[in-house]
Design a protein around this ligand. Sequence first.
Ligand code: ATP
Ligand code: MG
Length: 562
Amino acid sequence: MNIKNNSNNFLHNIINKDLKKNKNLLLRTRFPPEPNGYLHIGHAKSICLNFEIAKLYNGYCNLRFDDTNPVKENAQYIKSIQRDIKWLGYKWDGNIHYSSEHFLILYKYAKELIKKNLAYVDELTKEEIKEYRGTLKKPGKNSPYRNRSISENLKLFKKMKKGFFREGEACLRAKINMQSSYIIMRDPVLYRIIFKEHHQTKKKWCIYPTYDFAHCLSDAIEKITHSFCTLEFQDNKKIYNWILKNTSISHYPKQYEFSRLNLEFSILSKRKISILIDKKIINGWNDPRIQTISGLRRRGYTASSIRTFCKKIGVTKQNNLIEFSMLEYCIRNELNKKSVRTMAVLDPIKIFLYNIDDNYVKKLIVPNHPNDPSLGTHEIFFTNTIYIERKDFKEKYDKKYKRLKIGHEIRLRYSYIIKAEKIKKDKNGNIISLVCFCDLNTLGKKPSNKKNPSVIHWISLKHSFPAEFRIYNSLFNIKNPEQEENFLSFLNPDSLIIKKGFIEINIAQKIKNKIGNNIANLFFQFERIGYFCIDQIDSKKNHLIFNQTVRLKDSSNIKNYS
Ligand code: ATP
Ligand code: MG
């Protein structure tokens, strides 16, 4: 097997060393999601890490649902997690695994610990267990049930399994050391009673192993060689190794920790995302404002942009907060290369060009991409009534304003130079349209007597199709909402802004023909506005909705992460 190096992933060095010691090592990693929510960009980091390492070293990566708590889990999450992993471009080895498929073996290992006098049934209440456990400063004290005989423990554990106890009345604990300086080693709970039907094992069990008991043993049963988890499990490694050492299991996986992804302006905890959903602050797990995989996908992020991001952030042991602009850089870079340029007017005002006939239609062929002819061309139409963006016109004279104003000229993108002459207003004083003169001598050329005016985008009214545009801003107005206890008090009221405007009719036609088919591959750059995709959930043939994926590059605040 080849030794790999030069990466921004410290785990490669560890594996390289392992391979030096054992040339025949068959590497096996696993991604172990708990099916209690949808995957997010933090999980993507772990997915890329586990699957890419397996690929790099010609090994395998398992998918294992860590389903030891039926209270919070359900089958809908299992489906969504599989879909998201596949969408990210990864394939797990063989069948999907579940911690629950190992429940019977785990039960046997629990009995083995009891028989070795290394586990006991405790009947303290949850609160008492907590109190007896002590603190960092105060050592724990032994439970009065700690010294039960092996046979009594075996009998009671069986009773737990058979449903003789109620929830919270008994649990199985490892007998380690109540005075350990690691609180986690003060007789951790291995099994607890939960009377809830399980999505996989149905009513078969009413005792469920804890994460600590199930994880190491499931890793071992599945012959995982390297078990990667985030830094907060550093102390749990002590239990991980203790259980493997004290049971007769023959395979020895090793746990390694890396720092979890924290992303600016984002909430990644599933528990907190659930709160946002329950309180109707966002519309479900796939709301484009949150950084779940399904939210990012709906927002127009591609799988490759997420993989690129995960590669760029690397894998280290340092906890840090990654800039959101780095994620944006990854998608913008990709969309710049592949999205079709087209014009859309998000907040329209009408312009009437009085020196052009009502039935005049000029067809113009425009490139789909400024530098890539392979993306082709499309037709746009010029007539005497067009829409422009409301903010591209200023009523009050402003010397610095480089857009349209009365008495001044502007170039319509791919088209003519026009001059604003009159404003039409309704009785409340709102502008309803502008009357302009069109210089028909200016198509594709600069008249010698004129300066080059600025360029704005536009759409012919007769060749426009109505559309809704959803503009997203960050959901929180502070950089690190995850750190705040009351994160709900930092919501950005402008996280979603809806605009009703128009797109080019040809583009609308192209989209409508594709609705229900391959619409996910359509990426647009609305010129001068940003990158957009079709919202695949809410769009209808006659009500097209676009999600803004990311703004255009604005040299003032965009960093280069290349
Ligand atoms: P959350 O805190 O979002 O609820 P979790 O850690 O409880 O996440 P699991 O489903 O248990 O979620 O996680 C599956 C795997 O993904 C674990 O190996 C976990 O370490 C990893 N993971 C979860 N969140 C992140 C993150 N922010 N960065 C990196 N890895 C993560
Ligand atoms: Mg979890």
